[in-house]
Design a protein around this ligand. Structure first.
Ligand SMILES: [Zn+2]
Length: 73
């Protein structure tokens, strides 16, 4: 899942992959080369948010699938 964050130093948009960030990858600003990585203390909240998003997508997919079979049946 790609995401973007404004650089805290120069405000350039830094694109990063949330799952890579969660796995400990550090990303750097293309403009000023400031690097950022996930603060271990914020990891539980962020991974919860990512899990919540994936769960929402799955439920949405299942809802579509079951309504289609009801309509077809
Ligand atoms: Zn920057």
């Amino acid at each position: 899942m790609k995401s973007q964050l404004p650089c805290p130093d120069c405000r350039t948009s830094i694109s990063f992959d949330v799952s890579m960030l969660l796995s400990g990858t550090a990303f750097s600003c293309p403009c000023c080369e400031l690097s950022f990585s996930l603060d271990p203390s914020s990891k539980p909240q962020l991974s919860k948010a990512v899990e919540g998003f994936a769960e929402l997508k799955r439920l949405n997919h299942e809802a579509k699938h079951s309504s289609a079979s009801v309509m077809g049946g």
